[in-house]
Design a protein around this ligand. Structure first.
Ligand code: ADP
Length: 245
């Protein structure tokens, strides 16, 4: 039953993927066709050139779209090694602090001990960046974003959820949490957030941020838990197996 749900979810996201992109590419090619027809009919070379330039720019967009489809999921886990999450988080938080809007307050909370995991540094940076930028988007009026890392065992609540997925769990995890005081999500949104190309941000969203996070965490044998309440905020808990010395 569980498997069936997962498979049908996968089918749903593939259908969404193909139809979203097919539509977008169809619209673009219709544009190119229109410009080509007008360019062919006119005697005015200057005007024809203008249309050619427009056609080229649409073709560029089509190529970007296709690159996005082909590139999704690539470049993940290129260079896994034992890394100290504290160092990686420290660096990425400093970088993000410099690029977030002024009304956003980002705090980083970390334990004294080092946090060793076996992972690709860039993957961890991608995970944190995606979560923090989503948190910023959820805070149009500004507010707090908190990144917190700690060593944890899975709580009974989480164990129960995971045992349904039949995955094995490690003794200890690093729990990486990103919490915001933003707009939150309703139940329907929450159910779809890991589907490729699901976005509530229209043109501004790609819908590829959380699917990328999901894929990275899967490869690390980790887990993601999401708690969210409308107009209260959202909390993502990412559990990654701790690499003990
Ligand atoms: P994108 O950011 O391009 O929309 P994502 O896959 O990163 O794509 O996110 C998918 C959707 O999940 C977002 O459009 C948004 O509706 C929802 N979402 C993600 N993070 C948050 C958050 N912190 N608060 C509220 N909604 C969120």
């Amino acid at each position: 039953y569980e498997e069936q749900i997962i498979i049908s979810r996968k089918m749903e996201s593939i259908r969404r993927l193909t139809s979203t992109y097919a539509h977008e590419i169809k619209n673009m090619l219709t544009g190119v066709k229109g410009f080509a027809q007008v360019a062919l009919q006119t005697e005015d070379m200057e005007l024809a050139k203008k249309y050619l330039v427009k056609m080229l720019s649409i073709i560029d967009s089509v190529l970007i779209n296709i690159r996005e489809i082909l590139g999704f999921g690539r470049d993940i886990s290129r260079n896994p090694e034992i890394i100290d999450l504290k160092e990686v988080l420290g660096n990425i938080a400093t970088f993000l602090k410099g690029s977030l809007k002024e009304n956003i307050d980002l705090t980083l909370i970390m334990p004294e001990i080092s946090l060793k995991v076996f992972a690709d540094r860039t993957d961890i940076e991608k995970v944190v960046t995606n979560l923090v930028l989503n948190a910023q988007d959820a805070l149009p009026e500004g507010g707090q974003i908190k990144i917190e890392a700690s060593v944890k065992q899975l709580s009974d609540k989480f164990r129960t959820i995971i045992s349904e997925t039949k995955k094995e769990f490690a003794k200890e995890y690093i729990c990486l949490s990103v919490t915001d005081t933003g707009v939150g999500m309703d139940k329907e949104t929450k159910e779809k957030i890991f589907e490729p190309f699901f976005t509530t941000k229209g043109e501004k969203g790609s819908g590829l941020g959380l699917p990328t996070v999901y894929q990275i965490v899967q490869l690390l044998n980790g887990f993601i838990f999401v708690e969210s309440e409308l107009s209260k905020g959202t909390r993502f808990d990412i559990f990654i197996p701790l690499k003990d010395s």
